[in-house]
Ligand binder design. Structure first.
Ligand SMILES: C[S@@+](CC[C@H](N)C(=O)[O-])C[C@H]1O[C@@H](n2cnc3c(N)ncnc32)[C@H](O)[C@@H]1O
Length: 302
């Protein structure tokens, strides 16, 4: 029984390894974008166009990772949400987090710049009565000050180059004592890795092709909170096995990419997911935040 389980995983890995190259081509895009990692404008242009495209949004909806998200990541957001809360989920995309919040909160508004992404919420599984959608830029959201109890975002801040403008807008919208909760890439970990490795190579080949990943250091977040009448409550490391954490400086960019794909598939094996979940809950949660590539940040408005 034990060996059968191991054999099944090995087979899965073998198949995945064979399809890595194809997967990479698809992730980089069905369409070609003119991105030069040394030219910020090309990255900005790419970021503003990519999500508007219907093919890209359909692809995202089909492929976005759910098992690890449901078992681990979503919990870090949900523990701050109460049944009476009005929540704004920024950069909500196809609603992976929005629908989870809707199971708890009184009301949740999914905000996104792309109607193509949002349409999956209204047309798909997230048709719950307590979900609203609003299509606009996260730096300029058409609601009054203090309209929400909590503002969340998942896998979003890494896509917004002037991230402070987005966080300021979130703080304007949240009530006094309310929370901003968002997942982010850890700038301290990036700094550590880039001492040993060519960061450009990592970003170009690993991070979804050439898409530049915006990240924040703990110091930057502390300063942002201090300057904006808020407290940095928590930096929670998570998703150690994403293949982009501790071992990042030991592998080639191609190996890191393959690891990401393989680990993504591992999450779909229920017994593995259970082990990873235990590991995340017991070990990763107490690790130094700069040992982890991913973090959940909690900021409270004073
Ligand atoms: C990686 S997806 C994350 C979607 C969702 N939160 C999830 O976890 O699956 C990033 C989303 O950010 C949105 N986005 C990018 N720039 C934005 C902006 N300036 N304002 C609002 N949304 C934006 C994109 O349209 C896309 O839906």
């Amino acid at each position: 029984m034990k060996f059968e389980f191991v054999r099944k995983i090995k087979d899965k890995f073998k198949k995945e390894r064979a399809s890595c190259e194809d997967a990479k081509k698809t992730i980089v895009g069905t369409k070609e974008y003119d991105i030069n990692i040394d030219n910020l404008q090309t990255i900005k242009d790419f970021k503003s166009k990519y999500w508007q495209d219907k093919d890209n949004s359909d692809y995202y909806y089909r492929t976005v990772e759910h098992s690890f998200f449901d078992a681990v990541s979503s919990k870090y957001f949900l523990k701050y949400i109460k049944p009476s809360d009005k929540v704004l989920d920024c950069g909500a995309g196809t609603g992976r987090l929005t629908v989870k919040i809707a199971e708890i909160a009184a009301e949740v508004t999914a905000q996104d710049i792309s109607q193509a992404m949002l349409s999956h919420i209204s047309n798909g599984g997230g048709g719950e009565a307590n979900i609203k959608t609003v299509c606009c830029d996260a730096r300029n959201i058409p609601f009054a000050d203090n309209s929400f109890d909590v503002v969340t975002s998942c896998d979003f801040i890494c896509h917004i180059i002037d991230w402070k403008a987005y966080l300021k807008e979130s703080l304007r919208l949240v009530k006094k004592g309310g929370y901003l909760i968002f997942s982010a890439y850890n700038g301290d970990n990036f700094a550590k890795i880039s001492k040993n490795r060519n960061m450009k190579e990592i970003l170009e080949k690993m991070m979804y092709g050439s898409q530049y990943v915006v990240n924040q250091t703990k110091q930057e977040l502390l300063e942002f909170a201090q300057d904006n009448h808020a407290d940095l409550i928590k930096i929670q490391p998570y998703n150690l096995f994403a293949g982009t954490s501790l071992w990042c400086d030991k592998l080639s960019a191609q190996e890191i990419y393959q690891l990401r794909v393989l680990i993504g598939k591992t999450y779909e094996v229920p017994k593995f997911l259970e082990l990873i979940k235990l590991f995340e809950e017991r070990i990763v949660k107490d690790m130094d935040s700069d040992d982890c590539m991913h973090m959940i940040v909690v900021i409270k408005k004073k």
